[in-house]
Design a binder for this molecule. Sequence first.
Ligand SMILES: Nc1ncnc2c1ncn2[C@@H]1O[C@H](COP(=O)(O)OP(=O)(O)OP(=O)(O)O)[C@@H](O)[C@H]1O
Ligand SMILES: [Mg+2]
Length: 512
Amino acid sequence: MVTRVATVAFEGIEARAVDVQVQIASGNVAFMVVGLPDKAVAESRERVRSALIASGLALPAKRITVNLAPADLPKEGSHYDLPIALGIMAAMGALPADALESFTVLGELALDGSISAVAGVLPAAIAANARGHGLICPAACGPEAAWASEGVEVLAPRSLIQLSNHFKGVQVMARPEPAVATVDDTLPDLKDIKGQESAKRALEIAAAGGHNLLMNGPPGAGKSMLAQRLPSILPPLSPRELLEVSMIQSVAGTLANGALSNRRPFRAPHHSASMAALVGGGLNARPGEVSLAHCGVLFLDELPEFQPQALDSLRQPLEAGEVVIARANHRVTYPARFQLVAAMNPCRCGQATEPGFACRRQPNERCIAQYQARLSGPLLDRIDLMIEVPAVTAADLILPPPAEGSAEVAARVAAARARQAKRYAVLGIEGISTNAACPAPLIEEMARPDPEGTALLREAADAMRLTARGFHRVLKVARTLADLDGEDRVRRRHLAEALSYRSHTDRRPILA
Ligand SMILES: Nc1ncnc2c1ncn2[C@@H]1O[C@H](COP(=O)(O)OP(=O)(O)OP(=O)(O)O)[C@@H](O)[C@H]1O
Ligand SMILES: [Mg+2]
C-alpha cells in the first residue's frame, strides 16, 4: 500500500504541489528516496531515521521507497524531512491513516525528533489554503503560516511526538497567532543633516515617486548619511506589498521568528557583492538583493567600486521589475521592483569637483572620466535623479539643527504617494502604485504637460539628446513633482526641475 503526504517545491515565490509517496514492502532492507532529490533531500534519509528512533519508532526491517512526485520537478532544500517521516509513520500505522489527508506538510527534522524552522512557510501556507488544505509546519514558523488566511488550519509542532499526541487527541495544539515584528522607532532622522538642502529635496522626490537616485560628491559630504535616512521618510508597505515582500523574505529564510513587518526593505550590499548575490541564483536559485529590496530601496554605496558586470546585471530588473534566473533545467522568476539609490565620488581622489582642487596625477577631467567610465551609459540612463552633493561648509556645520526633520518630509511623501496610488487604482492597473513604476505609454498621458511645458520639453530633449527612456523618465519625475505640489497638471516649472536632475549625464566629460 502507498501512503501519500502533500508537500511543496518552490519555484521562485510560487509553491508547487508535490506528493510524497511512501511504500513499505517486503524485500531487501533499504530506504530510498527517488524523484529528482538534491543532496539535502537525499540526506534526509539519515535525519528521518534518527528522528524516528528518537521518537521511539524504529524503521521496519523492510524495503522503504519514498517517491517525490512529479519526478521531473527538481526538489531542493531540507523541508521534505517532515512529510517523509509522517508518510513513513502513517505507513507503519503510528498515525491514523486519514490524519494527514487534508494537510500540506513541510519541516526539517533534527536527530532528536524535534522540528527545525525552514524557509518558504508563508508561500506554502498560501498554496495549502488555495488547495483547501491545512498546514503542518515547524513551531518556529507557525506565526508566519498563520498570516496566509484566518481560515487555514495550522499545526506547528515542536517535535514528532507532539504531533503524534495531537492526532491521538492526547495533547491538542492551539493555532499559532500571526506575529508582527516589533519595529524600533529609532531610524536615523534627516534633522541630523546640516545644509545639503538640494540633496534633501532630491531625496524627498525620490521617496515620493520611487525614483532612482545617484548622489555624486566628495568624501565626507554626507551621501551615505542621506541615503541611510531614506527609510525614515518612506511610507509603510500597503497590505498587498507586505504580502509580496514577506513571501520573498520567507523563501530567502530572512523572516526573523516568522514575524512580518510593514517597513519598506532597505538593502545595502557591500561593493564586493557578486552578480549572484545581487540578482539571485547560486545554490537553490535564492532571491538576490534586488528581490529582497522589492517595494523598497537598494542602496549601492561607492557605486563605481562594484564589479561592472554585477552592475550591468541590474539593467534588466531595473526595467522589468522582475528578475528571471535561468537554470539548466528550469527558470525561476522573482519580483524585483526596487528603487535604486547610489552614491559615488566624482573621481578616485574624490575631490575633482571641488573648486580650486587640482588632481596631482592627471588633469581633473581625465581623473573624473577614468573613474566614471566604470559605470555603463545604459545603467546611468536608468537613473532619474542625478545630483551633486558638495562638501558641507563649516558655516553650515556650525548652524543649529534644521527645524524640519523626517516626520514633516514623510508627511509630504505620504500625501504624494497617496495621490499616485489613487490615480493608478482608478485606472485599474495591477501592482502599480508609483510614478516610477508607470509604463511609458501611460505616463505620456498621465504627465501631459501644459503648452509651455511641452515647448520646454521639446527644446530640452533635442538639446540634451535625451534617449526615449530619458524622455519618459523626465516625465515621471515631473509627474512626481506635480504630485508633491498637489497639482493635477504637470507645469513648466515641474519639467524644468525634472530636467535639471538629468543634465548631469550630459556634462560627463569625454575621455581625452
Ligand atoms: N551635512 C552634514 N551634516 C552633519 N554631519 C555631516 C554632514 N555631512 C557629513 N557629516 C559627517 O561626516 C560623516 C561622514 O559622512 P558620510 O559617510 O555620509 O560621507 P560620504 O559622503 O558618504 O563620504 P564617502 O564618499 O567617503 O563615502 C558623517 O558620519 C557625519 O558625522
Ligand atoms: Mg559614503
